[in-house]
Design a protein around this ligand. Sequence first.
Ligand SMILES: NC(=O)c1ccc[n+]([C@@H]2O[C@H](COP(=O)([O-])OP(=O)(O)OC[C@H]3O[C@@H](n4cnc5c(N)ncnc54)[C@H](O)[C@@H]3O)[C@@H](O)[C@H]2O)c1
Ligand SMILES: O=c1ccn([C@@H]2O[C@H](COP(=O)(O)OP(=O)(O)O[C@H]3O[C@H](CO)[C@@H](O)[C@H](O)[C@H]3O)[C@@H](O)[C@H]2O)c(=O)[nH]1
Length: 324
Amino acid sequence: MNTILVTGGAGYIGSHTVTKLLNSNYNVIVADDLSTGHRDAVDSRAKFYQCDVSDEKQFSKIFDVEQIDAVLHCAGKIVVSESVKDPLKYFEHNVCGLNSVLRVVADKGVNKFMFSSTASIYGNNSFNIKAVESTPIAPTNPYAESKHIGEQMIHWVSERYGINYVIFRYFNVAGAMLDGSNGLRTKNPTHLIPSINSTLLGKREVFEIFGDDYKTEDGTCIRDFIHVFDLAKAHQLGMDYLFNDGTSTVFNLGTEQGYSVKQVVDAAQKVTGLTLNKKISERRGGDPDFVLANATKARATLNWSPEYTLGDMILSDYNWRKKL
Ligand SMILES: NC(=O)c1ccc[n+]([C@@H]2O[C@H](COP(=O)([O-])OP(=O)(O)OC[C@H]3O[C@@H](n4cnc5c(N)ncnc54)[C@H](O)[C@@H]3O)[C@@H](O)[C@H]2O)c1
Ligand SMILES: O=c1ccn([C@@H]2O[C@H](COP(=O)(O)OP(=O)(O)O[C@H]3O[C@H](CO)[C@@H](O)[C@H](O)[C@H]3O)[C@@H](O)[C@H]2O)c(=O)[nH]1
């Protein structure tokens, strides 16, 4: 059985992916500093190391005691608005952290690598089009820039050390496990769907729509939402691809369906039957108008297809948040 080390495996996407990999005949080890992750999110079948991956010495010790065949690097800082306020925090975690991980991967001779990148790197170059992997990169915030730098680092290090990699550019990830076993654990979320649900559940007084003067039909930003479970499935297929000698490549992961912030609000009111207390606020720094995926490559190469709808994402997150 092949063993995968998942950094950030106690986080939202990492923990769902860990469970999917374990269910698909992989052995999994998690390294996470628990800065935003939760120990109890980690599937009990996975071995856990509390570790800051930026600390090269500490991180490399895991490889001294474990036989690791591939690394999935999910660890990182992820909030666009925070990155605008504190760019260096993002470069420290997302660039220096990755540097340390790649150093250890190269030193220890691991030759399969997977990376959590983002659709944010297309910035406004994807305006009114479905971004393909070759759409030119144009980050509009430090978070996206840190991921863009990361992609380039992986490319050059892989060339030098003969590592095969898969880079996934996730679009907007949402939703929780349908059996209620896992979901986004942050009690004060910044992401759209959990923020709407927190307000619907009375945990917040009012939901703020950040700007209604964008260049879209209803003036609010358009995003492509993908269920965390569909995303986890893509990671399993991506690992299968690497273990079948797949060559280094980049894939978009999105549903190819765009929804504006106002449309998501309407959908949430419809599926829950509740009325949202909302107001229009100032634009939030760093938000591109329009982000939408063309995911043909992942569909064709990995035989992946997302199954869940926006309504599934809203409702599963709503039910999970109610329990939190
Ligand atoms: N959530 C999204 O919509 C989205 C979209 C695109 C890309 N991504 C990327 O996916 C990855 C996972 O995001 P998430 O939504 O699960 O966020 P998350 O905050 O839930 O998970 C990140 C995890 O990384 C850990 N971590 C952070 N810095 C670390 C360090 N230095 N050493 C060890 N562990 C560290 C945290 O404790 C946490 O468990 C990130 O790299 C993010 O940039 C997320
Ligand atoms: O209370 C809120 C929260 C969000 N939004 C808007 O909703 C949209 C989506 O915002 P959010 O859910 O925070 O996601 P993004 O800023 O699009 O970024 C997410 O999606 C990217 C991929 O597209 C990832 O890289 C990031 O890590 C992840 O945070 C944006 O227009 C926000 O301004 C609101 O209007 N009110």
